[in-house]
Design a protein. Structure first.
Lengths: 117, 184
């Protein structure tokens, strides 16, 4: 009889994972709900970069607090992400300006900078 | 440095001081210039073929491109800025880039105009500006991305404009250098 052994799924070790960058963004001029921001952000970036470009950037919203957002992206693609922010001028018919404040390799630094703890 | 069209000056001043950015407001008449100067902002005259150039000697001049004649006119009068040298059609070439470089004229992409286009027109704009930046890079012509809106909320932070110039193909150091130029 063949013994079937269940193997535990191993997570990829930290050193072998893809490098990423975190960008701290400030939303100026309007109070925007997290869901609305998510939608507006996605639509504009998708419109400009297309599905392939957006997949390469791979942006993810990590944290949203007090009109400040931390967005994660692939390392080396932060320039594209920041450039894409320029195209966002309205979220839910509220005019906004997205101001990239800081880029970092760790989330901790951005949290302390934005006082998000 | 950022270039915008004339607009509500109070709000403009608020937003620009938040971004800590030196603003150049494009004006058509001396009356507008006086109003802008009251707010301690820099001005630049929008010039076309009908403008009397004797009146605005020794002042900053900008020409809106978008045709071969307009682009050549900017070189002829020795303007400081050539705004929007091309649109959905290409009017920019290597020869013009060389002439602009010799006359120390800065090529400006007005970002608000690009942003307002639909996706089809936008791709044509983008394609043409990729060529413009390539020519500017080869001939050493200055190129900047400016906000260029008629609304204070169309102002874009320097980081965003620098990133746009970079993804258009301008080297990182050059994009930073051209945008951080201060005007006396």
């Amino acid at each position: 009889m063949v013994k079937i052994e269940k193997k535990k799924k191993k997570t990829i070790p930290l050193s072998k994972r893809e490098r990423k960058r975190y960008v701290l963004i400030e939303i100026l001029n309007a109070d925007v709900a997290e869901k609305d921001f998510y939608f507006g952000f996605w639509i504009e970036l998708l419109g400009f970069f297309g599905s392939r470009g957006l997949a390469e950037i791979n942006p993810r919203i990590v944290l949203y607090k007090n009109n400040k957002v931390i967005v994660k992206c692939k390392r080396g693609k932060e320039t594209e992400l920041i450039a894409g922010l320029g195209f966002i001028n309205k979220i839910r018919n509220k005019k906004v300006i997205l101001n990239p404040l800081l880029t970092s390799g760790t989330i901790k630094k951005l949290k302390t900078e934005a006082q998000m703890n | 440095m950022d270039i915008v069209y004339g607009q509500p000056l109070k709000e403009l001043l608020q937003v620009s001081s938040y971004f800590k950015e030196q603003l150049i407001v494009l004006v058509n008449t001396e009356l507008q210039e006086a109003a802008v100067k009251k707010k301690y902002l820099k001005t630049c005259f929008l010039v076309n073929e009908k403008t009397d150039l004797n009146k605005i000697k020794n002042k900053r001049k900008a020409v809106i491109g978008g045709s071969v004649a307009a682009n050549e006119f900017a070189v002829k009068i020795g303007a400081n800025y050539l705004l929007q040298p091309c649109n959905e059609k290409q009017f920019f070439d290597l020869g013009l880039a060389k002439k602009l470089s010799e006359n120390n004229i800065t090529v400006v992409l007005m970002f608000d105009e690009l942003r307002g286009k639909n996706s089809f027109e936008r791709h044509l704009y983008w394609k043409n500006y990729l060529e413009v930046v390539n020519y500017c890079k080869r001939k050493g012509t200055k190129f900047i991305v400016a906000s260029g809106g008629t609304d204070p909320l169309a102002l874009r932070p320097r980081k965003v404009r620098r990133a746009l110039a970079e993804i258009l193909g301008l080297p990182k150091e050059k994009a930073k250098e051209y945008l951080s130029e201060e005007i006396k």
